[in-house]
Design a protein around this ligand. Structure first.
Ligand code: ADP
Length: 499
């Protein structure tokens, strides 16, 4: 740990902040109240920009506009191939501005700049292209029914969608939600997290340049209890698609239930097991285990935060883990040599440190880390606890920080039981070359995504989403596309049918 502080400015350009206002009906506008809030750089604790603070009235306005664009506007009525073309242009514009967008996400979310530039932003453009390709492949079914009826289903876009998204990967979250909804012909109100509004506003601008009609994508920046709650409880929104904590997911669903019963899709927290069996190759799997837990400062819903290691290789694995963590560099996320940047904000930083205290108090062994870095910004050392038992707070709660809990296990049956002993069910990793073990364990785990001998193996075509309190409804893949549609069944009597 420590991080280099060399001549960073040669590696990147701090982007100019061009967009700080709400985006409604194709225009950047001040919030009705005129209030603003500060977006903070988690590296320096300094203000990046003052952002317009939306509230309920701004949501009302955005919904009105989105409703009009859905009920009377061209977007849902265009041939799918035209929506496709506009989305392809949008994706090209994302690629053309890739470095600037990556820099915005590093400033705002402390995502690693090198990763943003090499992978993340282009992957976002690719996801838009994936859904663009689906826009002209929407069809229902013709039904030959049991009586003299002619039946068919019509697949209609669901309507006005509210997207409420978190701060951990601003670009990925935006395209994951907006991509399929756009392709389906929906119109939408997007609420980025208050910590990370910058790239969402930039995307709204690019979408307009690409030809997305006014009113189709609206972005209302602001806070959860105001803007987020106004979206979830709005009477004229047809669906809310949410990614965030389980606690907030409960609130969103409750607001949907007590308002207009809008369709709800929730991608929530996790406490995913990363399971290493005796036959695993320690030299390759130990660094993977570390990345699975620490990537993006541990702020990733599918983080492999519970590491189960089978007893025969336990000591060897732990030694290798220690060797790897010694090479793990914490520092400025713009620095290409850095693996881990600061936590997103003071609240999360304090929360993670308090979990570390819980771990110590409840009797886990602190193997390494456990302290904040002695510098400005919300930096925390990569932290590994051993001797963790299943009922400790650090084994049960989603910490959303660079904190790994290591547990030893003996048998397959035992680890299946313990891995499933959580209210969450988002993802899991299984490290073994034994096909029988891999098959048995992957079928026994209650988790939406299982990675065998890999981790974070995302793909446009691979849906992610939870079991149990990790939520329901998928993101990515065609499953996420289908959730933005409504199926209408139509039947009519048919006479003298020849067959
Ligand atoms: P965190 O606690 O990590 O910030 P949240 O789940 O609260 O995670 O945040 C995810 C998103 O949900 C953010 O955009 C946030 O503003 C929003 N949000 C927070 N509270 C509410 C709420 N009561 N209703 C709707 N959205 C909310």
């Amino acid at each position: 740990t420590g991080g280099s502080n060399g001549n960073l400015e040669s590696c990147f350009k701090i982007p100019e902040i061009k967009f700080t206002k709400l985006f409604i009906n194709g225009e950047f506008v001040n919030s009705i109240s005129g209030k603003t809030f500060e977006s903070i750089d988690s590296r320096t604790e300094e203000v990046i920009a003052n952002i317009s603070e939306g509230d309920k009235e701004d949501v009302d306005l955005a919904v009105q506009v989105a409703r009009q664009a859905f009920d009377n506007g061209p977007w849902p009525r265009l041939p799918g191939s035209e929506r496709r073309n506009i989305m392809l242009k949008f994706a090209d514009l994302i690629d053309e501005n890739l470095e600037e967008i990556a820099a915005l996400d590093t400033l705002d979310a402390a995502n690693l700049y090198s990763f943003g530039k090499a992978v993340q932003i282009h992957s976002g453009a690719e996801l838009i292209r994936y859904y663009a390709g689906a826009a002209d492949k929407v069809h229902g079914e013709t039904l030959k029914m049991s009586r003299d009826l002619h039946g068919y289903t019509l697949v209609e876009p669901i309507g006005v969608v509210g997207h409420i998204i978190p701060w951990n990967f601003p670009t990925q979250m935006f395209v994951m939600k907006v991509g399929p909804a756009l392709a389906a012909g929906c119109t939408m109100v997007v609420k980025p997290a208050e910590q990370t509004p910058l790239s969402a506003l930039y995307f709204a601008y690019l979408a307009k340049q690409a030809g997305v009609p006014d009113g189709v994508i609206n972005v209302v920046t602001g806070f959860g209890p105001t803007v987020g709650a106004a979206i979830s409880s709005h009477m004229d929104i047809d669906m809310v698609s949410f990614t965030g904590s389980t606690v907030t997911g409960h609130k969103v669903m409750e607001a949907a239930a007590t308002s207009n019963l809008k369709v709800v899709s929730l991608e929530l927290g996790g406490k995913s097991p990363f399971i290493v069996f005796n036959d695993a190759d320690v030299d390759t799997i130990a660094p993977l285990a570390l990345t699975a837990c620490l990537f993006n400062q541990g702020q990733i819903c599918v983080a492999g935060s519970r590491l189960f290691v089978q007893e025969e290789i336990y000591d060897k694995f732990l030694n290798k883990l220690l060797e790897e963590v010694a090479k793990w560099v914490v520092g400025d996320p713009f620095d290409p040599n850095v693996h881990q940047g600061p936590q997103i904000d003071k609240k999360q930083y304090d929360k993670v440190l308090s979990y570390i205290e819980h771990g110590k108090r409840e009797g886990a062994t602190l193997l390494t880390g456990g302290k904040p870095l002695d510098r400005k910004g919300y930096y925390i050392e990569p932290t590994i606890f051993t001797d963790v038992t299943d009922d400790m707070t650090i084994a049960e709660d989603e910490i959303f920080g660079p904190v790994m809990s290591v547990m030893k296990f003996k048998s397959i049956e035992e680890v299946i039981k313990r891995a499933n002993k959580t209210k969450y069910g988002l993802a899991a990793g299984i490290m073994t070359n034994d096909m029988n073990i891999a098959n048995t364990v992957s079928r026994s785990l209650k988790a939406g995504t299982i990675w065998i001998n890999c981790y974070f193996a995302f793909d446009n075509d691979l849906a992610v989403g939870g079991y149990k309190s990790s939520g329901f409804g998928k993101d990515m893949g065609m499953d996420a596309f289908h959730k933005y549609f409504q199926i209408k069944s139509i039947a009519t009597p048919i006479y003298n049918s020849p067959w």
